[in-house]
Design a protein around this ligand. Structure first.
Ligand code: UN1
Length: 463
């Protein structure tokens, strides 16, 4: 018996016979060495200065744009993301690099007056060293980019361990980034848990997105090591629909948040809470939207719901809704792809697992609530707190929702998924741990503050 970690394999979820990557895992020592090389490169990258870092990030943005068609096709093929969404993700990726290309020029601190006597008090943000990034397969370009770009902009170097299912996308991104930065500044290390653990055990700061179980283990290790970490984990997001909402528009937003990319987003909607008289019309409108939604080949530009990432993921979705009354769309037949039909499950018995466990598929439960207060209580009753969408035409419901919803993000009259990269991203409870990612929050996360006291060596020049 060998202790070698399993090979790194990635295959096309719409056609599992199409294998994109099948390579031996590099192992823990290779991961540690990658971090060491990144650590050796870091002081030089920082000393290159703001202009060099800004130019590199700008060049990466341009290169992502120039390769947009090819990157889009690769995401469709490797992770089964419907092409329209994949194209939007690639555009978002370029925008992320461009946004952070300005960051090296941002001020890194403030000036304070001394409490007494001459001199200056300064604060300044400095990079941690090597940022270890552990990323999922569901946003194979955007998530690695929204972690790596602020890390690099602030003068860190990066070792990225992508999910095996998105290895080809990560390696392609690495080729693009490595064209623009010196050797050792950005490394992609393919692998699984062994390599991920080694990166988490060696890096100077860790940013993780993935499952709750793994995220909690990462946080334990980084806490014991005393290094900064952020973990983005699960969600069980609710859409609250008030009777005054434009029900058709709400249904369109919610259907896309349930079934877009087969619900494989931590921001997907998995609970739809209809307040009072909204229940009947919403059930009808959502059923109609879900039935009309195109399920099938992710390469088809009309497709909204493609395959699940793996056979296991597909089986979990089918198992989760077995025997439950539901409105469903037919999954394509005659394909070996890992498809499951989107479903809105109704009349769930109290305590059913779907009410507190994340499935990560195109599945949501429709739940009634007497009023907004009850809808908020139901929303807050789960162990997760990532994002809530509220659908209403009144300011009152909006304001009360914002006051009482215990989720990191609230989106009014918008789908729960599809966040803005220039604002902080994260949730409460088991959804997130550590500081927020994205926007300016990311620049803070990848740096630590220093406080400088500068006093003159010579006595005062005042006569
Ligand atoms: C989005 O909804 O646009 O892994 C982004 C995820 C989230 C990102 C969602 N961290 O699904």
């Amino acid at each position: 018996m060998s202790d070698a970690p399993p090979p790194v394999v990635s295959r096309n979820p719409a056609d599992p016979s199409d294998i994109l990557v099948h390579v031996p895992a590099p192992g823990a020592r290779a991961a540690t060495r990658a971090v060491e090389r990144a650590r050796a490169a870091q002081p030089h990258w920082l000393l290159d200065g703001a202009a060099a870092r800004s130019a590199a990030l700008g060049a990466i943005a341009a290169a992502v744009e120039a390769a947009a068609d090819e990157l889009t096709a690769l995401a469709v093929r490797e992770v089964g993301k419907p092409v329209t969404e994949a194209r939007a993700e690639v555009a978002r990726t370029a925008a992320i690099w461009r946004y952070y290309a300005q960051a090296p020029y941002e001020p890194t601190g403030v000036v304070h007056e001394t409490a007494a006597g001459p001199g200056l008090l300064l604060t300044r943000r400095r990079p941690h060293g090597v940022a270890g990034l552990i990323t999922p397969w569901n946003f194979p370009f955007a998530i690695p980019s929204w972690k790596a770009a602020p890390a690099l902009a602030t003068g860190n170097t990066v070792v990225l361990k992508p999910a095996p299912e998105a290895t080809a996308c990560a390696q392609r991104l690495a080729e693009i980034v490595q064209q623009a930065v010196p050797t050792g500044v950005f490394t992609v290390l393919p692998g699984g848990a062994t390599e991920g653990n080694a990166v988490v055990s060696a890096a100077d700061a860790v940013s993780f997105t993935g499952s709750t179980v793994v995220g909690q283990a990462v946080t334990l290790t980084t806490t014991a090591r005393g290094i900064p970490a952020q973990a983005e984990m699960g969600g069980l997001n609710a859409a609250i629909v008030l009777p005054d909402a434009d029900i058709d528009t709400a249904a369109a937003h919610i259907a896309s948040a349930i079934a877009g990319y087969a619900g494989q987003k931590c921001t997907a909607t998995s609970r739809v809470i209809a307040v009072g008289a909204a229940l009947g019309p919403l059930r009808e409108a959502l059923a109609e939207r879900l039935r009309a939604l195109a399920v099938g080949d992710p390469a088809d530009s009309a497709t909204v719901c493609g395959p699940l990432i793996s056979e296991r993921a597909r089986d979990r979705v089918i198992e989760a809704r077995r025997g439950l009354p539901a409105v469903a769309t037919a999954a394509p037949t005659g394909s070996d792809g890992w498809y499951a039909a989107p479903a809105l499950v109704t009349d769930l018995p109290p305590g059913h697992p779907l009410l507190h466990e994340e499935v990560f598929g195109p599945l949501a439960a429709l739940l009634p609530a007497d009023d907004l207060a009850q809808a908020v209580r139901i929303t807050n009753s789960v162990p997760y707190g990532l994002v809530t969408s509220v659908h209403t035409a009144t300011l009152d419901a909006t304001l009360h929702g914002l006051d009482h919803l215990d989720t990191g993000m609230v989106r009014v009259n918008a789908p729960s998924s599809g966040v803005d990269f220039h604002l902080p991203f994260g949730g409460t409870k088991a959804s997130s741990s550590g500081p927020r990612e994205q926007g300016h929050a990311a620049l803070d996360f990848y740096t630590s503050q220093r406080t400088y006291t500068l006093t003159p060596a010579l006595p005062s020049i005042l006569a």
